[in-house]
Design a protein around this ligand. Structure first.
Ligand code: FAD
Length: 465
């Protein structure tokens, strides 16, 4: 890898090779997983390159191609499976400085890939009272390019489904990794070739996303004596078509009291909760609906005299639930579970009863092909890798699907299926395999046997150590 030659070729483009900064920008939230922490702790790039325009991206990719240098794109590094970590070293391509919102029209926004989601919403709200349909709970820090390339859905998915549902991304502009990089505009079915491909299939430089009406969402938390009541309340609320909700998140005791330290005074330790974001015009209907259940409104942001120091509701939900638990108890980790619908409540409760306090429950209600479904993110009181594998196996044996957050490859995280369309596209846009090497098993080792219980070990990881 000829880094000094590369530097000469990139003259005029921002490049940082101070070891401490390179190390910091070579990391994401991989440490959520004790397994990824062990495997990836040493991973480090050689330089951070921060282009400011499509033209600079093209120059960087052409030079890296010429010198055989791997390139790992990075938004703001909030992914939590090591997606943005350069397993073979090389260039970490930070898109953070390409962050302009370029145009806003009814129902759509065009932004550069490095724009932070909250910044996009600030501009679309001020412009015409619109907001993005969905965002991860890292709304305040994550980039739109990183969300499309590494995320799946989040706050808003109860109304709009996942990122991968057709229509939730309108257009992507990418730059290919070739001797003479090309610019491609992808729409319709084609956006899926790049979405959730961890940056292995082209560098996204511009994104066009659909918008919806924005509201001053009201954070409300409802308390219940048991997790089952909370889960059932969430399910019943999710199917109330007249009550506009952006977030419905049942969380089992003692997570709220033990780990949501800044909200702790609102909870009893044995209380399970449902965290909600409700449109202001739907609040009266929501209260009427809640009064029919055994729920107790324990927190309403619109009635609080002082919200200073309290995180927004969405920063208690999705992967923030785990983050808050980890800050109190670093031995905790989590799982990602899909409980089959329409009987998801039964599956959730079967697993909750089976594992008890070893896996305190956390569920996100989402819309899935028009019906209500769930994304489970239970906490795991981690003991050993063997026990974690056993917990996963018990879920699978009981009909629950695991999206393993303790693996850095696309296939192992996404239920061991190679995405043939993404693989074929990679041959076209990155023929030398220089984009984020090690993340797509089908590219690295087409004969890999998924029946082995051992995680895939990318050979390039050794070179990075
Ligand atoms: P990065 O972490 O920088 O990158 C993510 C992936 O995309 C990497 O593989 C990277 O190589 C690739 N990439 C980045 N930019 C580009 C580009 N321009 N072109 C091509 N590839 C690119 N995810 C969810 O889906 N929903 C959630 O609710 C959610 N909540 C989270 C909460 C916490 C506390 C944490 C730590 C993570 C959470 N995540 C969630 C994961 C992550 O925050 C999101 O997916 C986020 O959108 C990633 O954006 P980023 O800018 O940080 O991307």
């Amino acid at each position: 890898m000829d880094i000094s030659g590369l530097k000469r070729d990139l003259d005029g483009i921002k490049l940082e090779d101070h070891p401490a900064i390179v190390q910091q920008k070579s990391r994401d939230f991989y440490w959520y997983s004790p397994i990824l922490k062990r495997q990836l702790d040493h991973v480090k790039g050689d330089a951070i390159v921060s282009p400011k325009s499509d033209e600079e991206v093209i120059r960087v990719l052409a030079a890296c191609h010429r010198h055989g240098v791997p390139v790992t794109p990075r938004g703001t590094g909030t992914g939590n499976y090591g997606q943005a970590m350069p397993l073979s070293g090389g260039v970490v391509l930070s898109l953070a400085e390409m962050n302009a919102v370029k145009s806003i029209r009814p129902g759509r926004v065009v932004a550069q890939a490095g724009a932070v989601l909250a910044q996009i919403d600030r501009e679309t709200r001020a412009h015409s009272g619109q907001e993005l349909r969905m965002s991860p709970s890292t709304y305040n820090t994550a980039s739109i390019g990183g969300f499309v390339a590494g995320g799946s859905g989040g706050v808003g998915s109860i109304r709009w489904g996942g990122l991968r549902d057709l229509g939730n991304v309108i257009r992507l502009r990418i730059v290919t990794m070739e001797a003479e990089p090309k610019v491609m505009e992808l729409t319709g079915e084609d956006v899926l070739k790049v979405m959730h491909a961890y940056g292995t299939n082209g560098i996204i430089t511009e994104v066009e996303m659909p918008l919806t009406a924005s509201y001053d969402w009201v954070d409300v938390i409802v308390g219940f004596d048991g997790f089952e009541e909370a889960v059932r309340f969430g399910n019943d609320l999710a199917v109330q078509d007249g009550i506009l909700a952006k977030l419905i998140t049942p969380i089992a005791a003692p997570i709220p009291y033990d780990y949501f330290k800044r909200h702790q005074k609102y909870f009893r330790r044995e209380q399970s909760i449902v965290v909600c974001m409700i449109a202001p015009h739907a609040i009266d209907a929501f209260l009427a609906f809640t009064s029919r259940s055994k729920g107790e409104i324990v927190f309403r942001a619109d009635k609080e005299p002082d919200l200073k120091g309290l995180p927004p509701a969405y920063e208690l939900a999705w992967n923030h639930t785990t983050l808050r638990a980890l800050r109190v108890d670093p031995t905790i980790t989590y799982l990602q579970v899909r409980y089959p619908s329409p009987d998801h409540v039964d599956y959730i409760m079967a697993m909750a009863k089976r594992f008890g306090d070893e896996l305190p429950g956390h569920v996100e209600y989402i819309r899935f092909d028009g019906a209500i479904g769930t994304a489970g993110l239970p906490l795991v009181r981690y003991t050993t890798e063997e026990r974690l594998d056993e917990i996963i196996r018990i879920h699978e044996d009981n009909g629950c699907w695991i999206f393993n957050p303790h693996r850095y490859t696309l296939e192992e995280g996404g239920m061991k299926q190679t995405d043939e369309v993404q693989l074929a596209f990679k041959r076209e846009v990155d023929p030398r395999g220089l984009l984020n090497p090690g993340k797509m098993i089908a590219w690295e080792n087409p004969d890999y046997d998924y029946r082995t219980s051992k995680p895939f070990l990318f050979k390039g990881l050794q070179r990075a150590s």
